[in-house]
Design a protein around this ligand. Structure first.
Ligand SMILES: [Zn+2]
Length: 473
């Protein structure tokens, strides 16, 4: 079914208009005899005027119609929606043409709204059947390329392109309510920072707003594409909505605010990042400084340790040198002492030899004073009294004069030392202790005692003459 047809004389006629748009009456095309040769504007097949049971005027294809005519399979519902759109456009004091196609066939509008001066056109598409996103986008851009606005209208709940192209979803009349727009227009709420769907305006009012430029299609900024629907209390994603320029400005203002916030946040984050970087840099610098100080301290300690070690080594070397010097001095001292000791020993030995020599010479002189007879005389003087008194035999040392007997002659009685005969005055220090000594006379006794080297009580003397008595010769 269709609302438009081509009249053989009047041209294109419209069943929705009282004068069919060409100053004709419905009766001039409906059930006339002979029949008016009306044609389908789309496929040029023959059509005839009809009235539905609900008094709806339309054109129907004659029998033998082509299967591919665009209008052929449209539903009544589709037609009623187109009629509603056309009625609302006319109520806004614009022209409305149904089922219009471009002269070159690039587009075909369900309802084309035109301003009186013909400068503005808006195509209203009642889209009931499924259509791909690519198709609807392409058809939209084709309108825009011709300078024609467009609004896709869906009466159903399932139209995935709602919000992708300029579009609305409408609700058919019920409970005495007129046609309403339930999806498409939205208002921006600054305090919420979001678009909120406008609550079900009447379709007639919406179309008037659009045609008068009060409501415009708007591509929502990416940040705001989750739109709040109060009636369903949920969000839906929409990139193209209908709204007023005031709300567009509000969105722009909000976006600017958000960008300022973003910028402030970015600056804050950048400041924090720089602060963190600064902290890290400072921490690294501190760490390096501490490391440097530790290294410097370590090197200083090492230096001090080396200095200490060098000082210790020098001190030890000095001490060793001192000990060596002292040892050398001690050695030299010992050598000197040893030399002195040897010298003293040599001197003492020399002294002893000289002493012995002198004693020997003195003893020689001592004994030279006596003749052998005088010696015998003295021996007898010692021996005779003992023999006479005690019958004791006196034995004179057969060695004669000996050094051990102080250059005198040892006298034994019964194998025991009895005394020393005439020791030399120069050698009295050699006398064995205690035993008496025997000399010739008081002069010799005096000579011994005058040395001071013998106790006078030990000296026994006789009265023998110093010179040989002639009588004894
Ligand atoms: Zn046709």
């Amino acid at each position: 079914m269709a609302f438009a047809a081509i009249h053989p004389e009047a041209g294109r006629i419209d069943a929705t208009l009282p004068d069919l748009g060409r100053g004709l009456t419905w009766d001039q095309v409906h059930k006339t005899r002979p029949r008016v040769a009306l044609r389908c504007p789309e496929c040029s097949h023959g059509v005839h005027a009809k009235v539905s049971a609900r008094k709806l005027r339309y054109f129907a294809h004659d029998p033998g119609r082509p299967a591919d005519c665009a209008w052929l399979n449209e539903s009544l519902e589709h037609h009623l929606l187109k009629l509603e759109l056309a009625t609302a456009i006319r109520a806004a004091d614009w022209h409305a043409e149904l089922e219009v196609r471009a002269p070159d066939g690039t587009w075909r509008a369900d309802v084309l709204a035109s301003s009186h001066d013909g400068t503005q056109r808006v195509a209203w598409e009642a889209q009931l059947s499924p259509i791909t996103a690519e198709d609807i986008q392409e058809r939209t851009e084709r309108y825009w390329a011709e300078g024609i606005g467009v609004c896709w209208v869906s009466p159903g709940g399932k139209a995935p392109w709602i919000g992708n192209v300029p579009s609305i979803r409408v609700q058919e009349p019920r409970d005495g309510q007129p046609w309403t727009v339930v999806d498409g227009p939205a208002a921006f709420h600054f305090e919420h920072g979001t678009w909120i769907a406008v609550d079900d305006p009447e379709l007639t009012a919406f179309i008037r707003w659009v045609l008068h430029g009060q409501t415009i299609p708007h591509r929502v900024r990416p940040r705001y594409r989750r739109i709040w629907y109060p009636t369903s209390e949920g969000y839906r994603r929409r990139s193209l909505i209908w709204t007023t320029s005031r709300h567009v400005d509000t969105e722009t203002r909000h976006e600017a605010m958000r960008q300022r916030q973003d910028e402030r946040k970015r600056q804050r984050e950048e400041q924090e990042r720089q602060a963190e970087q600064q902290r890290q840099t400072e921490a690294e610098a501190r760490r390096q400084e501490e490391e440097r100080q530790r290294e410097a301290q370590r090197q200083e300690q090492e230096r001090q340790r080396k200095i200490q070690a060098a000082e210790d080594a020098a001190r030890w070397a000095e001490q060793r040198r001192q000990r060596e010097i002292e040892a050398e001095q001690a050695r030299q001292r010992r050598e000197v002492e040893e030399r002195q000791r040897q010298e003293q020993a040599r001197a003492a030995e020399e002294q002893r030899r000289r002493q012995e020599r002198e004693e020997e010479l003195a003893a020689g002189r001592w004994w030279a004073q006596l003749s052998p007879a005088q010696v015998d005389q003295l021996r007898d003087a010692v021996a005779e009294p003992l023999w006479k008194r005690e019958a004791t035999r006196v034995e004179f040392d057969p060695l004669g004069v000996t050094v051990d007997s102080a250059y005198g002659i040892a006298i034994h009685v019964r194998r025991r030392l009895h005394g020393i005969l005439r020791p030399s005055p120069a050698s009295l220090h050699r006398l064995p202790p205690v035993v008496p000594v025997y000399v010739r006379n008081v002069r010799e006794a005096h000579e011994l005692v005058s040395t001071g080297n013998i106790d006078p009580v030990r000296v026994v003397h006789f009265d023998l003459p110093d010179h040989e008595q002639m009588s004894l010769m």
